[in-house]
Structures are given as structure tokens and as C-alpha cells.
Design a protein around this ligand. Sequence first.
Ligand code: AMP
Ligand code: ZN
Length: 454
Amino acid sequence: MELRLYDTKSREIQTVHETNHKVRMYCCGPTVYRDAHVGNMRTFLLSDLIRRTLTVLGYQVSIVQNITDVGHMSEDFEAEDKLLAQSKTEHIDPLAVARKYEEHFHTDLALLNILPADKYPKASECIPLMQDLIAKLIAKGNAYVGSDGSVYFDASSFPGYGMISGNRLDALKPGHRFEYTDEGGKKFHADWALWKAAGHRTEMIWDSPWGPGFPGWHIECSAMSIQFLDGHVDIHVGGIDLRFPHHENERAQSNAVTGNETVDLWVHGEHLLFQGRKMSKSAGNVVLIRDVVEHGYDPLALRLVFLENRYRSQMDLNWETIAAADETLKRWRKLVNQVMHAIPSENVKITQAICEDLDTPRAIQIIRSLEKDHDLEIETKVGHLLFADQILGLDLSRKEQVRELTPELETILKSRKKARDEKNWAESDRLRQLLEDQGLIIRDSSDRQDWQWR
Ligand code: AMP
Ligand code: ZN
């Protein structure tokens, strides 16, 4: 069986091929100036799904995911490095900001059962690599030093520009406002900075053959993918918003320097919406993995919700769907735990669904119908669940954890029982609220009070 994926550049579903017995994947990673929200996590899950599917199909997979800790500018009027802006807000060194959120990122990945990449190169530690690439681009005539001392990629030197996004050069209008203020030294509005002259900036700058400065954001992904994946990427993954300009520019840089089509397949995940709007810091509708946990849900319930929606469709998240998925997970785990030994069985339908451009909703449907099939032995059902879980990563063999009551909660429960016995309803209601706020559900009958975790 082969994995087929939708490739944004050719606008077709294409078969994934290995090169030198390995599938090499590059996934655009987080900009570590804040916690990744669950929308970002949906995109990171996409590469995990592809990787797990390929592994089940017997391929060797190598994944690189970058950590952006310099050069990603905000798109405000006063374009500023996102890390430097956050460093001012938190009153700590910009690289301390980066390391803090990088650590959170890894914790969140683990909570979603996303397997770690082979390498997480940091932009700030790959400056010589980027400078080397920029020097090569200048030597090849694809880049030039602008009138402001910054180095720009000459967009018109790359004939295939626009194939990923459909934004051809002749149709491109001067776009973002910051191109005029921050990038005033370029010859053509579609050119972009590879190396930005430091100007008034004093932090996070490095020496270079073109004077002190810092790298642009797009050059980081070309430099790292070429270096750490030996010059070729079989599958490049990112969120749909990265199609343009990030991936368009990366393709131009990488192809110009390698002299060939550096990336085989460009795979983009659609956006996660929350309450009808794209989840983003600027929209103010961010949900973090931490919030999911604080609501009392297993973060893997979120993974299940994502899997129920195909990666290429926008999806609108809400708390009800997470709650329902949480229930489903509990039910499936119970089933799996009744019969823990896996059995060899026919799992072809599930694999076929996933191999056809990651049709995870179809795979989940198949599992749901297996679950309901009265003619199937429980062992057979569990075999299918465990098999599918190698890709779905829902940790279905995990035992339901028994959460102990804290001494504080036990005391409140006792006090509430006493208040009820004494018919002190106001106090009993107050204590009930207190217990509910901490995740307990209380059920009263005439002679007792029962509780359970939400
Ligand atoms: P950033 O940390 O902003 O560089 O983004 C990391 C990844 O998350 C990129 O691949 C983005 O395309 C992706 N992304 C950003 N917002 C969303 C969203 N609402 N839904 C899905 N992916 C997103
Ligand atoms: Zn990237």
C-alpha cells in the first residue's frame, strides 16, 4: 500500500516516494514567543499522522522541525521581531523567552502524543548556515545587497515563482505596509529580505559579510531543510497560511541554490477556527492545551476531534465536541482494557482510508461501526482498535487513571454532608459549588451524597 497526499503545488493527490530508503519530512515549527495554541497543534498533528502512517507502511522516516526564535516579524505597522517584543513585555532576555516557550511546546506535543522529530534546529543557532546560503544566492545572482545594507532575494530571478500559491509576480501588488518602512532598500516590491541590516536594533544581531544584522524568516527553513535533510525534502508540511509568502519564498531560495525541485510534496493543513473565527493570538480566541486539561478533559480527546475532521477542511472547535470525544475515548479504552491481547486481523479498510490522502474521518467511521457490530467478538474489535491506534495515537491501551481525592476535598465533602444532615441548605449549596469548581460532580439522594470526577 502507498500513501497518497494532496500536493498544493501541483493541486493533485500524489503518491509519496522515498529517496535513498527514507522519507524525509520538514515541518515548519513554532515561533517561540508564546504558547502554541491548539490551532498550531492541529498543524503539528498533521506531520505526526503522515509519519505514523509511513512507519506502519514500513518506511523509514526522518523529520526536521525548526524552532523560530529570531527573524519572524509581527505584521503591525511598526514591524518588530516577535521575540524582542515579548522580551520587553516579560522583562526577560529574548532567548530566555524562546527557551521557555520551546519547553512548553515539547510538553504540549507529548500531551497530544505527537512523536518527537529527529531534530529541532533553532534559528538562532543556525546563523552561519543561513549566511552561507545567502552568500551562495548572491554569487548565483539570485540575491543582492539593497540600498539600506540588507540583502534581498531578487524574486524576478526565479522563473517558477508563484507555483505553490498561484500568486504570480506580474499580478502581485505591493502588499504589507511594513515592506515600505522595514524593507525600503529593495529594488522590487516582491523581493524579500534574506539578511536584515541591524539599523537601530541592538539585541539578537550577528556579524555578517554584509554588516551586523539578523536573518529573515524564510531563509531559515531553506537553510535547515537543505542542511539537515541532505538537500532534498520528500514532504514539506505547514499550515495553509504559510503557502504565501513563506513557502513560496522558501521554494525560490532552495531551488535557486540546489538547482532542482528541492521539495517533492507541499502538504498544508487547513485552519482551526474557534467560535467561527481562525484561532489566533490577534483574534483573541486562543485555546491552549493547558485549557483543555484545566477543563478536565484528556488532551487526546482533542486529538480525536482533530482526527474526525480531515486535515484539508477548516474545522470549528467547541467545548461540546471535546467533551463528546472525551467520552468516546473512555469507552474505547474500557473496551480495549477488557481484552488486552492484540490479535492478527484484517485492518486493510482502516489503512486504505488513511492512505488515501489521510482520510481519518473515514477511518474513525469504520472504527465506530466495528464498535457497534454485534456479530464481532470483542477480541476482534480490540484488535482493530489497537491496530488503528498505531497511527491515530489515541493511547487506547492506557488504563483509566483513578484520581484520588485531596485531603482538602475530603474535608469539604464531610462538611457538606454535615450541613445537609443539619438541613443547613445555604451552607450545603455553597460547599457544593466549591466542590464543583474543583472538578467534582455531586449527586444527592435522600440518605447520602455521591461524587465523581467530571
Ligand atoms: P507559528 O508559531 O505562528 O509560526 O505557527 C506554527 C504553525 O501553526 C504554522 O504551520 C501555522 O501555519 C500554523 N497555524 C497558525 N494558526 C493556525 C490555526 N488557527 N489552525 C491551524 N494551524 C495554524
Ligand atoms: Zn518554515
